[in-house]
Write a protein that binds this ligand. Structure first.
Ligand code: HPA
Ligand code: ZN
Length: 337
C-alpha cells in the first residue's frame, strides 16, 4: 500500500452520497433472490458484473431498477443496509447520510413500512455495532410526476421524525428541479433538509433551479456547475457542499478519464467538494476506492485529502458539536500521520 493509500484508509470520513439500492452487491442479489424465490435474468455473479458497462446514466438506471425488484421483505432492506455499513466501517467511515428510493418499491407493491423499517433498524444496529451515525434521505424519482412525489411524501408522514431530508434522483435531463417545487415546499415546511442531484448530466441552469426554486442545502454531483463562473462564485460564497462521485462519473461517462475529473479544480475554486461512492456495487468501489482512484489520477496531496475529509463532516447534517468532534479527530489523525 502506498503512503497516501494508507493515509486514506485511516482517515475518518463521512459519506454523503450513497444510494442504498446502489450498494446491492451481485452476491447478495443472488442470495436474496434465492430466499425470495425470485427470478433474475443472470446466471452468475460474473454475468452480472459483465453487464455493468454503461454509456450514460439511463443505461445504469435501467439495470439498477431491475435489480431492486428482488428486494421484497423488511429483512431484505435490513440486510442490504447492514451489509453497506459493515463494508464502510472498514473504510473508517464514521457517519453516513444515505438515500433510498421508496417509489421503486411501492410501485411494485412493497409497502413504505417494509422499506423504511428495514433500513432504519439496520441503521440503528450499525450505530451500535460500528459506531457509525446516520441520517436517512428519501429521494423522489424525477422521471415520475410531482403528484407521485407528493403522494410518496404523504405516505412517509409517520416516519418523518426518522427521516432527515429529501432528495431528487433518477433521469436528470428533461426532468428539471422546477418540476418539484411543491413537494420541496412541503418538505421544507415539515422541517426537513433538502438536497437534489443536479449537474450530473443536466446543465448548470438545473443547479441554479435547485438553489433558487427548491432552496436546497446541498448539491449531489454538481459537476456541470463549473460551466458557469457566476454559479461557481455563488456556490463558493454560500459554502454549498457538492457530493462528488468520481468513479460514478467515470462509469457513467460524465468524465472520459479520471485525469479529467474536476475534483481538484473544485477545491482550487473554493468549492466545498466531498468524495462519495454513489452506487458502489455498480461503479467499482466504495468510498475509499473513490479516494484512492482520484488521488492517483489527479495527484492529490495529503492536505487536499484532509480538506476533503473535513468537508464531508462540514457538509453533513450533523449538529455543530458533532462536526467539531469529527474535525478534531481528523486533525489528530493527520498530525500523527
Ligand atoms: N444519478 C441519478 N440517479 C441515481 C443515481 C445517480 O448517480 N444513482 C442512483 N440513482
Ligand atoms: Zn446519486
Amino acid at each position: 500500500m502506498s503512503d497516501l493509500d494508507a493515509f486514506i484508509a485511516g482517515l475518518p470520513k463521512a459519506e454523503l452520497h450513497l444510494h442504498l439500492e446502489g450498494s446491492f452487491e451481485p452476491e447478495q442479489m443472488f442470495a436474496i433472490a434465492r430466499r425470495n424465490k425470485a427470478v433474475i435474468p443472470f446466471k452468475s455473479v460474473e454475468e452480472v458484473r459483465a453487464a455493468y458497462r454503461f454509456s450514460n446514466l439511463q443505461d445504469f438506471l435501467d439495470i439498477y431498477y431491475q435489480s431492486a425488484n428482488v428486494l421484497l421483505t423488511e429483512q431484505d432492506f435490513y440486510d442490504l443496509t447492514f451489509a453497506y455499513l459493515t463494508r464502510v466501517a472498514a473504510d473508517r467511515v464514521r457517519h453516513v447520510e444515505v438515500f433510498f428510493d421508496p417509489q421503486t418499491h411501492t410501485a411494485r407493491g412493497v409497502s413504505f413500512a417494509v422499506v423504511a423499517d428495514g433500513i432504519l433498524k439496520a441503521l440503528a444496529d450499525g450505530e451500535r455495532e460500528f459506531g457509525i451515525t446516520s441520517k436517512l434521505i428519501l429521494c423522489f424519482l424525477r422521471h415520475l410526476s410531482e403528484a407521485d412525489a407528493l403522494a410518496t411524501f404523504k405516505r412517509a408522514e409517520p416516519w418523518l421524525n426518522r427521516i432527515a431530508g429529501v432528495g431528487l434522483d433518477s433521469s436528470e435531463v428533461g426532468h428539471p428541479p422546477s418540476k418539484f417545487t411543491r413537494v420541496y415546499d412541503a418538505a421544507r415546511a415539515a422541517g426537513l433538509k433538502l438536497v437534489a442531484h443536479a449537474g450530473e448530466e443536466g446543465p448548470a441552469p438545473y443547479v441554479w433551479e435547485a438553489l433558487d426554486l427548491l432552496k436546497i442545502d446541498r448539491i449531489d454531483h454538481g459537476n456541470r456547475s463549473l460551466d458557469d463562473d457566476k454559479l461557481v462564485a455563488r456556490l463558493a460564497r454560500e459554502r454549498i457542499t457538492l457530493t462528488v462521485c468520481p468513479l460514478s462519473n467515470l462509469k457513467l461517462c460524465v468524465v472520459k478519464d479520471l485525469k479529467d475529473h474536476p475534483l481538484r479544480r473544485m477545491l482550487q475554486l473554493g468549492l466545498r467538494a466531498t468524495v462519495n461512492s454513489d452506487d458502489p456495487a455498480y461503479f467499482g468501489g466504495y468510498v475509499n476506492d473513490n479516494f484512492r482512484a482520484v488521488t492517483k489520477a489527479l495527484g492529490l496531496t495529503k492536505a487536499e485529502l484532509v480538506t476533503l475529509a473535513k468537508n464531508s463532516f462540514l457538509g453533513s447534517f450533523l449538529d455543530d458539536d458533532d462536526k467539531a468532534r469529527h474535525l478534531t479527530a481528523i486533525d489528530f489523525y493527520a498530525a500523527g500521520n
